[in-house]
Each structure stands twice: as structure tokens, then as C-alpha cells.
Design a protein around this ligand. Sequence first.
Ligand SMILES: Nc1ncnc2c1ncn2[C@@H]1O[C@H](COP(=O)(O)OP(=O)(O)OP(=O)(O)O)[C@@H](O)[C@H]1O
Ligand SMILES: [Mg+2]
Length: 316
Amino acid sequence: MEILPPADWKELLDYMSKGGQTVLLLGAVDSGKSYLARYLLEGLLNMGLRVCLVDADVGQSSLGLPSTVSMKVFGKPGDIANFLFEEFFFVGSIDAARAAPLIVEGAKKFVDACRGRSDAILVDTTGLVSGSVGRDLKLRKIMAVEADTIVALQACGEAEHIVACMRGQRVFRLPISPAVKRRSREERARYRKEKVRRYFDATDVGQYILQRNSAGFLYMGRRVDIADRLIRESHAAKDGLMALCRDGRHGDSGHTYPGLSDSGRTNTDHADSGHAALAMVAPAMIVECDADSIEFLSPVKSLRGIATVLLGDVTV
Ligand SMILES: Nc1ncnc2c1ncn2[C@@H]1O[C@H](COP(=O)(O)OP(=O)(O)OP(=O)(O)O)[C@@H](O)[C@H]1O
Ligand SMILES: [Mg+2]
């Protein structure tokens, strides 16, 4: 990817060269957040800094897979060649408004974990900045990760209602690069599909069958039963029902992929959320399912220790 940095990006890079910042990138969709993150990452690595990238964009994830928050610590310029997450946090949806509490939780978990391991932290975010939903999500994220620097990429003040709430954070307001290419809905969906397909193609995966009784199944923090036909076959993901088995019956379209966890805890064990105590082990791609089991591909070496399957509503 060729990055054409507008002149004022250099000022931000110089500021970050001292290290120690937690920088959160704000901007509407197609404002150039991910390219800016990549520019800063490359620039800082070339200066010899260790940089943690937290990708909290659950829709157009660059480091991770759709519907996950992910992270990687980059120690040297060569690490960029392997631009793939180290750890991920499954949120189960590409709808940022819907998954907001889990996105905030995942971002916090990774930023906290990165503090001792890196000289600077970059948090890339979704393009949801408008309205009170966008503002609340972004403010909660900023507070949760204790961002000290906010970068607002905007054409005409789209993120200003968020920036106006800042107290004490350093704010950089940057114009949108003329090099930005807008992507259609279809291109975004294709990007997600490609991302997942490439991950599963490039990763050494095994095929497994997990019996219904040998693991817990959670959907957005709620315990569900795959024996329930609605859970397995529904096409109405937008109504809060997943389409777990859609692919098995409809050819190539609509693979769903859950996250596997080694913790058996649920949101009844943890009052605030269903995922707080869950360690994510690996993603999985559903191949087939029935009332008693699911069959899936996953990079895990065995099913030993897999206690929970985190279901989502993403089909790619
Ligand atoms: N500085 C740049 N130089 C060259 N191309 C750029 C630059 N910034 C953005 N682009 C182009 O515009 C596209 C969109 O930019 P980018 O992915 O960074 O936006 P985004 O704000 O992260 O979007 P989203 O909200 O969908 O995640 C990129 O795929 C790239 O083709
Ligand atoms: Mg992006």
C-alpha cells in the first residue's frame, strides 16, 4: 500500500516520536483512519519505537477479522510484513452501535495489556461518529483506554461534537487526505469476506465437531441453545438472531464464524458483560451444524479446554 501523507501528518508523527502516548483515531467512514494508523506505525517503528496497534474497527478491521477487536505489538519495521493480530476479542457483530459495550471492553483490555509492552499505542476505531450513539461510543472508548491524544480526521467538523468533550487530552484536527477512496457497501462486504477467507486459507486449520453438551454457547453475552431451530437457521440476524448454519444450506454464501474461548463463564457470572472473563482462544468457521453439534474449521490444535463458543451474527 502506498501512503501519501498530507503535510500535517508529519507534525503528529514528530509529536509521537517522544513516545508514551495513547492515541485514538477518530473520523467518519472513509476518512483515512487506518491509513493514518499505518503511516504512524511505520514512522515510529523506523525511529526505533515499539508500537502497539489496537484495531477496534469491528466492521473494516485491518489487523483482525470482522466483528473482533484485535491487537499486535510491533517491535521493528520488519514486523509490518506480518500484519496480523496477535490476540483478538470477539464482539459478535460488525454493527458498532450494537456491539458498543464489548468494543469498549476489548479496546480497554488490549490497551491495558500493551502499556508495559510498547512505547506508543495507536487505537484505530470504527467510522461511527455521528449522533449521540457515535459520540457515546467514542467517549466511552476514550475514557476506557485513557487516551491522552485524540486525532480527528474530518472534512467539516463531523467529530467536533466528540472532540468538544475532551478535557486535558491533546487534540490534533487533520483534514481528510485527497487520496482517500470511498468504498461502497458492496466493497465493504467484499473486503470482510476476503479478510476472513484469506485468514482461513493462510492459517493451518483443523476440522472439528463439538457436541452441544460439551461447551456453552453464548450469543452477545447471553446463553443460547443450538437445539433451538431459530438459533441455527434464522436469517434474521438483524432481529438479534444469528444465522449459525446458513452456509450449510445455502451453498457458498453466508459463512458464520464464532470465537472459541477457554473460559466457561457467562454474563451471569459477571454482572457487567458476557465477555469480561473470557479469554479468546481462536476464531472458527462453521461448516455445518445440527441440534446436537457444530462442525467447524479452526486453527486450534485440539478441542481440549474449549469451554465456550461465542456466536455472532456476522456472515461473510
Ligand atoms: N494517505 C493516503 N494515501 C493513499 N491512499 C489513501 C490515504 N488515505 C486513504 N487512502 C485510500 O482511501 C481508502 C480508505 O482509507 P482508510 O481505510 O484509511 O479509511 P478509514 O477511515 O479507515 O475507513 P473505515 O471507516 O472504513 O475504516 C484506503 O483504502 C486507501 O485506498
Ligand atoms: Mg479503517
